[in-house]
Write a protein that binds this ligand. Sequence first.
Ligand code: 13P
Length: 275
Amino acid sequence: MALVTLHDILPAARKERRAVGAFNVANYECALAAVRAAEGEGLPVIIQIFQRLFRSEKGRDLAGTLIRIARRSKQPVVIHLDHGAELAQVGAALASGCTSVMFDGSMLPFDENAKLTSLAAELAHAAGATCEGEIGHVAMGDENAITTLEDAVNFYEATKVDAMAISIGTVHGFYKSEPKIDIGRCREISEALPELPLVLHGGSGTPIPDLRKAVENGVSKINIATEYMDTFLKSVGKQIDLLGSKFKAVDLFMDPVIDECTAHAARLLRFFAGR
Ligand code: 13P
């Protein structure tokens, strides 16, 4: 099945009221675990590279590894640039073989966001890839801006993105207090744009009933970074404790870590698929 775009998997997910898990990965083990989880569950998966990695050689190097893992996968796998900050980064991700990109202009004024996102979408489409944009702003240590219905509709009309991230109360990273998720706004936007896959950023730690309702109301891609990476780091810590003063080759040391990450990703993929 292998390497696909958002267009190959999200419209069907939206129609069937399920979501695909999108896992941020920065290393081989987390990428392999997410794809193994998808294969184990018989479900598609999105593995995404955060834009910071494209500020050095890391993004390109990682994309090469991810493409190899995706190509041999028995399930559809999208390799996606997460939170692309500049058009040059979008170009670099596409040149590295990503099959999908996000351009995040959510901190910019509406017109500028729409203009740059539609240019990113043109670049992506010319490369046979897909593009995600964001309207409203999901906070990453700054202020959340809940997406208005009017902005959502106008943004889609102006950009024709393949998937649209909206802000309905989730935040990036672990929550410091109980989140208030605006399912009503999600429903309004999904009713106005009945075929467009919506994206939920800040999936980590979002209460399960809220995620379920979001999926019932048009969310077809759920981004998970913090809790997945936390599982990886805690699992490495556990293995170091078990090792004590002994030595183990790194590939063998990593095997149980990959297994724990696979179990974590599989649990989320199943849940997002409504199983
Ligand atoms: P979390 O780190 O909260 O899971 O958010 C991930 C995300 O939205 C990546 O774009």
